[in-house]
Design a protein around this ligand. Structure first.
Ligand code: F6R
Length: 369
């Protein structure tokens, strides 16, 4: 059932183009309108929403962090994202004009379930973004949008993450549509671009051999750092989480702008630093800031592994390794930028002799608080 792959994780990474395409299927019509009729929250209720709160754990939380950028930018509705295990216990401010989005692959994560129960008790509406039909989280929510990743067997989440992102982008666009948010050119371009994402993920997967080679060459390292800005920041956190859970290595993700506020002290000669570079097109100020961050860490001896768009030549002088990803609108970049980090962690962990499907101390669904 591993379909010729040594590990479920490898199979699930390879299935991502299909998982992404399936999650989009039938949800955007030919005119670019979102058709999420399955999400049974009436438009008048949506129009009253004054705040969105996303709750999730682990990888699903990283999807939520990315969703926040998209929701606020496209809809101008305030959005918070919080670890489900923290949210529940700090007396959050919620009422019937709050929409809570609970993101969960398994639909059984106890922390997320307790957070959504608490939200509903306070009168908030809850929308589940979930991969498992009929699981507890969607059953206890007001509405659900299913991701269609198919069963995810490996403990580390890969294809579920990409489909959570797709589902969150769809929710953001649909929410904007229901509220009559001005549909700028950028959003029209994004809707069009989503249709090409599956092919772009495929393209990334086809060029991963140098990443695997690099991962094997780093298998004896103690630490790997990850840097990102904007939506690249949660991607960096996700890259670090994958490496921790699979390779049992010290790995940390940072917002690149925070470097100078402390973490740069960790950079010493030879430390591999993976940098997720924003597109030089669009909001190019982000890109330029990131290039100076790469310069700064390189000057301190870091070995820079730079994930950058095709055609981005500005990074080349400061990169020990460049990993190319296709050009993608800024907010959608995580869909392509995460893939090399998954491959990197999987290969590095395998080189260290670890079972990537069953990492030590971890369970696929965490049904205790
Ligand atoms: C990481 C991972 C976990 C889960 C987290 C939430 O690879 O798999 O961090 O993402 O336990 O699980 P779900 O999405 O099932 O609620």
């Amino acid at each position: 059932e591993k379909g010729g792959y040594d590990y479920f994780m490898l199979k699930e990474i390879a299935e991502q183009p299909r998982a992404v395409a399936d999650t989009l299927l039938g949800r955007i019509d030919a005119t670019g309108r979102l058709t999420l009729d399955e999400v049974r929250i009436p438009d008048p209720v949506l129009r009253e929403v004054q705040k969105i709160v996303i709750v999730a754990c682990g990888t699903a939380f990283h999807a939520g962090m990315i969703a926040k950028y998209a929701i606020e930018h496209w809809t101008r509705v305030p959005c918070e994202v919080e670890l489900a295990s923290e949210f529940r216990y700090r007396d959050p401010i919620l009422d019937r004009r709050t929409l809570v989005i609970a993101v969960s692959q398994s639909g059984e994560t106890m922390d997320t379930l307790m957070a959504l129960r608490h939200a509903r008790e306070q009168g908030a509406k809850v929308l589940a973004v979930c991969n498992t039909n009929g699981s507890t989280i969607p059953r206890e929510s007001d509405a659900v949008l299913y991701t269609r990743a198919g069963p995810e067997v490996a403990v580390a989440s890969t294809k579920a993450f990409l489909t959570q992102l797709v589902a969150c982008y769809l929710v953001a666009l649909w929410f904007g549509q229901a509220r009559g948010t001005q549909w700028g050119d950028e959003v029209t371009a994004v809707v069009r671009e989503l249709a090409d994402i599956s092919a772009k993920v495929e393209q990334v997967l086809a060029t991963m051999e140098p990443v695997r080679e690099l991962a094997r060459s780093l298998s004896d390292r103690g630490t790997v750092l990850f840097l990102g800005r904007h939506v690249g920041y949660p991607v960096a956190l996700e890259g670090a989480l994958k490496l921790k859970e699979l390779a049992y290595m010290h790995a940390e993700g940072f917002a690149a702008g925070e470097l100078k506020h402390g973490p740069i002290a960790l950079v010493e000669a030879g430390v591999p630093v993976v940098v997720v570079v924003p597109s030089p097109r669009g909001r190019s100020v982000l890109h330029d800031k990131m290039v100076s961050n790469i310069q700064e860490i390189r000057a301190r001896g870091a070995r820079t592994i730079v994930i950058a768009e095709d055609g981005d030549e500005a990074v080349v002088p400061y990169a020990d390794h460049v990993v190319r990803i296709p050009q993608t609108p800024v907010l959608l970049q995580p869909l392509v930028a995460t893939v090399p980090l998954q491959v990197f962690a999987c290969e590095l962990a395998t080189a260290r002799g670890n079972d990537v499907d069953q990492p030590r101390n971890l369970a696929k669904s965490v049904t205790v608080e």
